[in-house]
Design a protein around this ligand. Structure first.
Ligand code: DGP
Length: 114
């Protein structure tokens, strides 16, 4: 999707605070964190929302979820973390490229707030 901001991040056309990348997935710091640690896990494949996922995306979705505890641990959330997938406008989704929020660790530092 040429006008999708997360596709542009995945393609390296826009900068991001990348914390993980493999052939299928990318994870980076949320630009508007609502916790001390707040990253987004996205597939490189453009899928607009969770509601558009099909059976062929089962493996990809599993990989996204399995990456969450790994990144949480690496980013210091040893006591636990939260995950969130906003779906559709009614679900609060703002960027229509599926993503898993992984966050925790208390309030973001003042300099990280917008
Ligand atoms: P959602 O409401 O679930 O669609 O959340 C989208 C999140 O994406 C929101 O917390 C802010 C973040 N975000 C939007 N644009 C950018 C961007 O250009 N870079 C980064 N790193 N995060 C972004």
């Amino acid at each position: 999707m040429s006008d999708c901001i997360f596709c542009k991040i995945a393609a390296g056309e826009l900068p991001s605070g990348k914390v993980y990348e493999d052939d299928e997935l990318l994870a980076f710091h949320d630009i508007h964190p609502f916790a001390r640690v707040h990253v987004l896990i996205i597939p490189k494949l453009h899928i607009a929302t969770l509601a558009e996922c099909m059976p062929e995306h089962e493996s990809l979705l599993g990989k996204m979820l399995l990456l969450a505890p790994r990144l949480a641990k690496e980013l210091g959330l040893s006591a636990g973390f939260k995950t969130l997938i906003n779906t559709g406008r009614g679900g609060g989704q703002e960027v229509f490229h599926i993503h898993v929020h992984v966050f925790g660790g208390g309030e973001p530092a003042p300099h990280a707030q917008s």
